[in-house]
Design a protein around this ligand. Structure first.
Ligand SMILES: Nc1ncnc2c1ncn2[C@@H]1O[C@H](COP(=O)(O)OP(=O)(O)OP(=O)(O)O)[C@@H](O)[C@H]1O
Length: 249
């Protein structure tokens, strides 16, 4: 089996007495979509934030491309190729979709944010940014401020931003949240194709999407992984059905 791109080992994070992450270990391998599911409050977002670096783990190891990244900040992890899209949007709301992606292209190139005003027409930024918008189906909305995009379009924009960083792995926290069935289907097809670009750790409550996409599913309950396996293994696991899936399986 190929070496994991991302390795999590015995990760722990408490908020006072609450063990939000209680000894989690998992691997993300090349070409893989690894879904992380579990009930509300199970610790899925907390885990994603520790991997991205927006939250510091209490203990445990996070290795990315063979390197221990536990001591790196969010920006350094992103520069290594760890791209993320969170439940809570980090878009610059007053900027157009195109400008938002240009910021990411510029960050990837290592340029300073301060000079952004002078480079808004720089083709080395506009062209790749436009190409990313085309990929996610947002080219026609390039000049619309992020604040005026629909919820689904904002999620597409976040993915375009993630793509602009030439990621080696994606962390997605509920990309389908708040989307209607049509948009969810479209996004599912898009994410399916994305696995060849970089593997993905996907937190998602939409079980249709998870079952359609996941190569592997890990089930988190009270901060612990209670089961990990293929879609079929997870669907037929009686403990998982009791703890989470219920009738959805
Ligand atoms: N900053 C924080 N301070 C204190 N408690 C927190 C903090 N962040 C999360 N928690 C708690 O940690 C637990 C895990 O929360 P988390 O948001 O990671 O769950 P989740 O599985 O992502 O839930 P959901 O599916 O509802 O998004 C919850 O009990 C939550 O209240």
């Amino acid at each position: 089996m190929s070496e994991p791109i991302l390795e999590i080992r015995d990760l722990r994070k408490s908020f006072d007495a609450l063990k939000a992450t209680d000894g989690v270990s998992l691997d993300l391998r090349p070409g893989q979509i690894h879904a992380l599911i579990g009930p509300n409050g199970a610790g899925k977002s907390t885990l994603i934030h520790q991997i991205a670096g927006t939250l510091k783990a209490d203990s445990g190891a996070i290795r990315f491309l063979g390197q221990d990244i536990g001591g790196l900040d969010t920006a350094a992890r992103a520069r290594l190729g760890l791209a993320r899209s969170f439940q809570i949007s980090s878009l610059a709301q007053e900027f157009s979709a195109l400008r938002n992606v240009m910021l990411a292209v510029q960050a990837k190139a290592g340029n300073s944010f301060r000079f952004f005003r002078q480079v808004t027409s720089d083709k080395s930024l506009t062209e790749p940014a436009m190409a990313m918008l085309e990929r996610v189906g947002l080219a026609g909305r390039a000049h619309v401020p992020a604040a005026e995009l629909s919820h689904g379009e904002r999620r597409q924009l976040e993915i375009a931003i993630a793509l602009a960083l030439s990621p080696k792995a994606f962390l997605f926290d509920e990309p389908m949240a708040g989307m209607g069935p049509e948009s969810s289907k479209k996004l599912t097809t898009f994410l399916d194709g994305l696995r060849h670009e970089a593997p993905m750790l996907l937190v998602e409550h939409d079980m249709d999407a998870v079952f359609a996409l996941a190569d592997r599913i890990s089930v988190l309950v009270y901060g612990r992984i209670i089961a990990s396996g293929t879609v079929d293994e997870i669907r037929s696991d009686s403990e998982v059905r009791r703890a989470y899936l219920g009738e959805a399986a």
